[in-house]
Design a protein around this ligand. Structure first.
Ligand code: B12
Ligand code: SF4
Length: 461
């Protein structure tokens, strides 16, 4: 076998989790790998000095343009290098193969594609093969060695399964499910990885200054035999890793699992993030989430807090509805009814390619906002509104955390969202919001390190 040099390009503030599995597969096959920080000024020079045969990108839609531009720049300097793109954006938009800078696209898993990548000469789109989840082996050693800002990140990620049983219209899950086919999706994306593999994967976190681990499954409570699995995972995690964790849940699953399951979860996580998204029934319908109405959210919130789990609720604002501002205010008022004083986060609606909602908006001729960069902290979403509504929605997403935490009433909310924010005010609000999320999970001590954390990331606002 000929050994090739594969450069892996990280982009963004958080780990590129899929690329960690690509690294594992390349290592298993005996290829040479090196990671590069795509956000670093000297990245182009460093890649040229190393001289890879292939350069790999795994951008979500948010980072796709940046990745393509970097690839174009690399290929100008190293005309023989071949660029390979994988992950969710190119899965949904394989036509991206026609762009300058994109030589090869891999749709779906990396498995079974490396030899094809090496042999290919023209522009090609490959489809990866499913392998049993216990054969998916990630590799982080080189990642953390080559990009210290990732190694030193206070938060790390791990996933026990890769899917979700719901079908929200704004989410890529339905697209991924269609791509794999329903049965394969069920068997692959919803199967749990062996606990021993998760522990092996997490051991490296202990070598670096890790403060918390996000159990990043879309819903930690979904999947078969959840009670037995959680019990075993929780006791092994505490024995072998014992770093604080948090997880994602969905209201409907929280209300369905047993009391014992919730108590086991309470022993494992310090808090959970629960997607609530919207309050109004017609907005729930637009999102294909009709079952997750206020009574379910309230029940889920109460069940979680009754076993001592703190809950962060997440909302989406700026919907293509008749009165988007009141729609968002109704969501805030619902969050206050469910858990005033708690920590919530609100994001502007982002339309990702391949989702049902994206298709619906295009078919319905909903005006789209070309200023949306798919960066949630900017407060700029995908739907185009008149200037006043745009301002109010942006302010609502930036201040929603404060409105619920400090239980601000509707008159004050309406007054505050009419303010014109200066650039500095906007930046500080995003920082405050981020600090709230850290103190919610890690306690107020983290405030002492906040300036250092900010210095190591490029917080978009
Ligand atoms: C884990 C996760 C995260 C993590 C890690 C993100 C990352 N960059 O890896 C965190 C929490 C940081 C995150 C954040 C965000 N996420 Co996220 N996240 C996920 C989640 C739950 C799982 C993704 C995953 O790691 N799967 C497991 C790995 C093993 O699979 P994989 O990534 O597909 O990789 C495999 C293949 O695709 C392929 N592959 C991947 N890359 C490459 C590259 C090459 C060269 C090759 C050959 C193959 C290859 O090989 C891998 C192994 O088989 C998905 C939802 C889901 N259940 O799929 C959403 C998802 C990916 N996230 C999404 C979004 C929108 C975001 C945010 C932009 C949200 C926001 N507005 O802030 C941020 C972006 C932050 C960032 N800096 O990247 C969207 C992406 C939609 C899109 N078209 O871009 C998804 C699909 C969820 C959704 N709402 O629809 N996310
Ligand atoms: S519950 Fe979350 S991960 Fe599942 S389909 Fe809805 S938004 Fe996507």
């Amino acid at each position: 076998m000929v050994t090739k040099k594969f450069g892996l390009v990280h982009i963004g503030n958080d780990e590129c989790y899929g690329l960690v599995f690509v690294a594992g597969e390349l290592k298993r096959l005996g290829h040479e790998i090196k990671w590069f920080d795509g956000d670093a000024e000297e990245v182009l020079q460093e890649i040229c000095e190393w001289g890879p045969d292939f350069i790999c990108f795994s951008p979500l839609t948010t980072f796709f343009k940046q990745a393509v531009q970097l690839s174009v720049n690399i290929k100008q300097k190293l005309p023989l290098v071949r660029s390979v793109f994988g992950s969710y954006h190119v899965l949904a938009v394989p036509e991206s193969i026609n762009l300058d800078g994109v030589d090869i696209i891999v749709r779906g898993p990396v498995y079974g594609t490396i030899d094809k990548i090496i042999s290919s000469t023209g522009k090609e789109v490959f489809q990866g093969s499913i392998v049993p989840v216990d054969k998916m082996i990630p590799a982080r050693e080189e990642y953390y060695k080559d990009i210290p800002r990732m190694a030193n990140r206070h938060r790390k990620y791990i996933m026990s399964h890769f899917g979700c049983r719901f079908n929200c219209s704004y989410c890529s899950t339905s697209n991924i499910r269609n791509f794999y086919g329903k049965d394969v999706y069920l068997n692959f994306c919803l199967s749990r990885r062996p606990i021993s593999e998760l522990i092996k994967e997490a051991k490296i976190f202990l070598e670096y200054p890790t403060k918390e681990v996000s159990l990043e499954d879309d819903d930690i409570l979904s999947g078969l035999n959840v009670e037995e699995w959680l019990e075993e995972f929780s006791s092994t995690w505490k024995k072998e890793i014992n770093l604080p964790t948090y997880a994602n849940v969905t209201p409907s699953t929280v209300t369905q699992v047993s009391e014992k399951t919730l108590k086991i979860l309470a022993g494992l996580v310090t808090s959970v993030q629960m997607g609530v998204q919207v309050a109004r029934p017609e907005s729930l319908k637009l999102f294909n989430r009709t079952a997750q109405h206020e009574a379910i959210v309230k029940e889920a919130y109460n069940r979680l807090t009754s076993v001592g789990i703190r809950v962060k609720m997440e909302f989406i604002m700026g919907l293509p509805v008749d009165d988007p501002v009141m729609d968002a205010i109704e969501s805030i008022k619902m969050a206050q009814r469910v858990g005033a004083g708690t920590f919530i986060a609100a994001f502007p609606l982002m339309l990702y390619p391949g989702t049902e909602l994206t298709r619906w908006c295009i078919q319905s001729n909903i005006p789209l906002n070309d200023k949306c960069e798919l960066e949630s902290h900017t407060g700029i979403g995908s739907i185009k509104f008149d200037p006043l509504t745009t301002k109010r929605i942006t302010n609502l997403t930036k201040m929603a955390t404060m409105f619920v935490k400090y239980n601000i009433n509707e008159r004050w909310i309406k007054a505050l969202i009419d303010l014109d924010l200066t650039d500095q005010a906007s930046k500080q609000l995003s920082e405050c919001q981020y600090l709230e999320s850290l103190t919610f999970r890690q306690g107020s001590e983290i405030e002492k390190e906040f300036d250092k954390i900010l210095a190591e990331m490029h917080l978009k606002y």
